[in-house]
Design a binder for this molecule. Sequence first.
Ligand code: B16
Ligand code: MG
Length: 217
Amino acid sequence: MTRKGFIFDLDGVIVDTAKYHFLAWKNLANSLGIDFTKEQNEQLKGVSRINSLEKILNWGNKTVSADEFQKLLVQKNEEYLEYITKMDESEILPDTEKILDFLIQNNQGIALGSASKNAVPILEKINLLSKFECIVDGNSVIKGKPNPEVFLKAADGLQVPPAECIVFEDSIAGIQAANAADMISIGIGEQNVLYEADYVFKDFTELSVEFLKSLMN
Ligand code: B16
Ligand code: MG
């Protein structure tokens, strides 16, 4: 068995934080007189905080000064932080730990590749930080997904060539980033949304140990 690099996205793969992002963005948008729907929230998956705010202002046909833009980013994040401080292990998505432990037992490289600047505090809250050998998050990249930077940095951190890395992602932008990095992309979610991925599973409970083993060869 070779040592491959397994790179996990955070939001939507390890934990379902999309609901908290939704609440915080919705309150912010509504305070600006902009409507914000669940469908629009879908389009913000994997998208950085700055790009998400740009999209929301765009949808509302609104422009703000650079100062106001910064204030809005802080306002959104403060509300989001209120939700995530209440998180614990019960919010880890099913079978995530089983998969991480199986990979660790088989000496595989494990990294996080997330767009979130809050990735480390979230991993601490859910007690999974120690399982990751390398963390690449929104604080360590310049270009957001679909740019491959986040995953290439993770491969570098694991010292595994990109072609020997496997990415688990729930967003279209993230799958595109993994493909652009020349990695195996595994979509976690709906086939009709994540059709650009090499493989798609509804969630980790559908992913067998045999499949994981086949990825290590
Ligand atoms: P933050 P991921 C992404 O995380 C989320 O999917 C996306 O909705 C969010 O806007 C982005 O992180 C930035 O998050 O405001 O915490 O820095 O899916 O790449 O783990
Ligand atoms: Mg995600």
